[in-house]
Design a protein around this ligand. Sequence first.
Ligand SMILES: Cc1ncc(COP(=O)(O)O)c(C=O)c1O
Length: 387
Amino acid sequence: MKKISDRVCKIEPSGIRKFFDLAQKEKDIITLGIGEPDFDVPEKIKDRAIRAIENSYNHYTSNYGLLELREKISKKLRKFNKISADPEKEILITTGSSEGLDLAFRTLLNPNDEILIPSPSYVSYIPTTLLSGGIPVVVPAYEKDEFRLLPEEIEKRLTKRTKCIVLASPNNPTGAVLRRKDIEEIADIAIKNDLFVISDELYEYLIYDNEEHFSIASIPEMKERTITVNGFSKSYAMTGLRLGYVAASEEIIESMMKIHQYGMLCAPSISQYAALEFENCEKDVKAMAEIYEMRRNLLYKRLNEIDGISAVKPKGAFYIFPNIKQSKLSSENFAERLLKEAKVVVIPGNIFGKDGEGYVRISYSTSTENIEKALERIEKFMGNLNL
Ligand SMILES: Cc1ncc(COP(=O)(O)O)c(C=O)c1O
């Protein structure tokens, strides 16, 4: 008898982990591979977590999450995202945005429903679709468009079976930020074709050059057909505290809650209490974003000075996605050789979808000193390729 289900056999383990395992075997490594902030969690959140432990707030919360936290999130959604969401019925607290994404796919997809997924994009969208029985249809986002997903590329891939579009802005791994005009056109496509949108907005506060974050669910007709997925991992440096949230219509949230109730019960209580401080941490978030922006400027300038490498300027998140095609190496080969020969970890772009081939993801969630050292090593490595 075959032990493992067909659905699980269809998915591969994340390629990112493989690179960290390889890196473990090397010495004097500089890693530009990490997808999480290098900062400490803001003091106020930390203190609140300590108080929560001292006060023994170690019990289950409501399945939906603490009402007080949902109320604060609702206020933030109204103010920052221009989304109205009833804290009692239209918000669910999740275990990281990862769980929010998983619930979203499982709630919306029937077997063989097609879901449009930007490529390159975050590694979980395709496997989660497959586990939900859906069919991922990738929509390329091109370097010439600064990796922004364009409405016309979505339109070209619509079929009778299309159920849903995934939007991810700012994007991991490219740092692309979608333009308001494009989001409005994508909304028109969704309304005209009766589609849902799953909008992953996890990096919403990490946006540079005065770019704007625009939430598709703020368009009144889109509220009923959008699941906004968000969380505290990136903006608040809370990755290990595993806290996220989703906002959608009452009907969708109630359905997502059913899966959450049986699969997770509730998000971690201590993390929920700690997050009650999030609205008092605006300054910390801004300070982290300013440091990321400085590092991005450094990487953008210096990478483009290296022969054989070019990079578009990312507008958000903490990643840059340089083109390495002149090296004539595949993304995997480039990353493997850079690790072995220059002791620098980057992530091959193809891990984020086939349109990422020819690129690598460099994360700038590490010190300026590390970035400078890594850049010197990359320059030397490229020089040794004798292009
Ligand atoms: C675009 C994007 N969405 C979702 C996640 C999942 O993050 P978490 O579950 O920590 O909220 C990540 C993590 O890297 C990400 O980059």
